[in-house]
Each structure stands twice: as structure tokens, then as C-alpha cells.
Design a protein around this ligand. Structure first.
Ligand code: GLY
Length: 258
């Protein structure tokens, strides 16, 4: 079973209010509340037995608290991505020094132009990595990513996205064969062999839960998801991420777990 020892997070800046969003009707994130939610998120992670490395806010990158996107960490090494969102691309340079604290040259690879890839499009299931082809992650990025994985004895496969921002916006693996699926992922043949837990449309945001060392962290306000995860037998922790939801951010985007 996967075991995480470390987590990297980055504090949100006041510029989070200018993060990319597909839901402006939710309003702008309120900085003070976002900080409180971030503190609660870190506390929940620590309860799961990981060491949390907290990076300072980067005001020049409004979405940079979503550290999952500029890097992907596998059991064999780290891949610095090439984020497809123009305003986020520089986050790859900002995260690199921290990745270098954990990995040497031999264990760091890069996604390079014209390839683009964001970590939110990568879902790890053991040594297999599903990669969403999205508005942020292109065919060449996926090709490079899978080539790197195969060089490390790992493997990957492409999943085409039709509607959501990132792959993990709608599908998340909880270990033990269990997978939360919503919307366009409910009937995807790629996931036919898993024990799928279908998340209802009105709780779709709640599909983005994270498994951390046996505990599942679930976003607050998604009672059907919470009950389903508990029915699977997992201990749960609930964290409010509603300020991040306003800028298309979920629980998984807020950390790199390895
Ligand atoms: N606002 C998160 C993203 O668009 O990547």
C-alpha cells in the first residue's frame, strides 16, 4: 500500500482573489478565510502522520497554492511539469528548489515545450498513472510523461477529458480498489474494473478527496460523499475548502503528497 511521509503545501497569497476561475458567480475568495482553511488543511494532513513543508505565498502567481500542478512525485522520482495555463507556467520554476531538497539530479525529470502537463491531470494508482488530456495537458506532454514513467519502470495511460478542468476534478483513487467517480468519469471504460463510488451531480466537487495513509480527507458540505467514504470503512477528516472552490481549486490541488 502507498505510504506518504511528506507533503508540500504553499500558503495562498492575497492574489488568490485573482486566480483562474470558471465559476465567477461564487465570488472572490476571502483571503483571511482562505488562510484559516489552509491552516485546517495542514492540521488534517499532520493528523495523517506526514511531515508538512509549508512554502511561502507567491503573490505573482495567484494560483500557486495549488502546488499539485507544477510537479508530480512518484516513488521513483519527481517530474517538474510545464503548466498549460499561461499565468501558472512560472510556478514550475518556483517549485523546483523545494523538489531539489528531496530529489537529486538523477531523480528529477521535466516536461518540455511543446508538451504541457499539470499535476491535477495525473492520478496515481500504484505504479500506474492515469493522465487526463485536458485544456491544460496536451498529447505531447502526456507522451513525454509516459516516456519518463516507463524509464523508471512505471506506466501511464491517457484519459480524454470533455468537461472538467483536471482529471482529479472528477475522479480520485482511494486505494484498496476504491475510486470516487463523478460526471463524465462514471462510465469511462478506463475505470470499469475499480469499485466505483458514484458521486451525485450536486456533490461533484466532493469527488476530489485525498487518501493519506489510510485516512480520507473529504471537503466539508458533501454529506453523500462523506457517508460513502465512511461506508467503505475509512476514517475521515473533513476540511472546508470553499474559498478555494471559488477559483476551481480542490483538496488534492493544495498539496504534493509523497
Ligand atoms: N484556479 C486553478 C486553476 O485554474 O488551475
Amino acid at each position: 500500500m502507498t505510504k506518504f511521509s511528506n507533503v508540500i503545501v504553499r500558503k495562498p497569497g492575497r492574489s488568490l482573489a485573482n486566480g483562474i476561475t470558471s465559476a465567477p458567480e461564487l465570488g472572490q475568495p476571502i483571503y483571511e478565510r482562505a488562510i484559516e482553511e489552509h491552516d485546517d488543511y495542514i492540521a488534517a494532513l499532520k493528523q495523517c502522520g506526514v511531515k508538512v513543508t509549508e512554502l511561502p505565498a507567491l503573490e505573482e502567481y495567484p494560483d500557486s497554492c495549488f502546488v499539485e500542478d507544477p510537479a508530480v512525485i512518484t516513488r521513483m522520482g519527481a517530474i517538474i511539469t510545464n503548466p498549460g495555463a499561461g499565468t501558472r507556467n512560472g510556478e514550475k520554476t518556483a517549485i523546483e528548489p523545494t523538489i531539489r531538497e528531496f530529489f537529486d539530479d538523477e531523480h528529477i525529470r521535466y516536461i518540455e515545450e511543446p508538451g504541457t502537463l499539470e499535476g491535477g491531470d495525473v492520478m496515481m494508482v500504484g505504479d500506474h498513472f492515469y493522465v487526463g488530456r485536458s485544456a491544460r495537458t496536451n498529447e505531447e506532454g502526456i507522451r513525454q510523461f509516459i516516456e519518463i514513467l516507463e524509464g523508471w519502470g512505471l506506466e501511464g495511460s491517457e484519459v480524454t477529458l470533455e468537461k472538467v478542468l483536471h482529471l482529479k476534478t472528477g475522479v480520485n483513487y482511494l486505494e484498496d480498489g476504491n475510486m470516487l467517480v463523478s460526471g463524465e468519469f462514471i462510465d469511462k471504460p478506463d475505470f470499469a474494473d475499480y469499485n466505483k463510488v458514484v458521486v451525485p451531480e450536486e456533490e461533484a466537487y466532493g469527488a476530489n478527496c485525498i487518501w493519506v495513509n489510510g485516512t480520507v480527507i473529504v471537503p466539508e458540505r458533501y454529506p453523500t460523499v462523506l457517508a460513502a467514504v465512511q461506508k467503505l470503512g475509512y476514517p475521515t477528516l473533513v476540511v472546508d475548502t470553499s474559498e478555494y472552490r471559488k477559483v476551481d481549486g480542490g483538496l488534492s490541488c493544495l498539496s504534493l503528497r509523497f
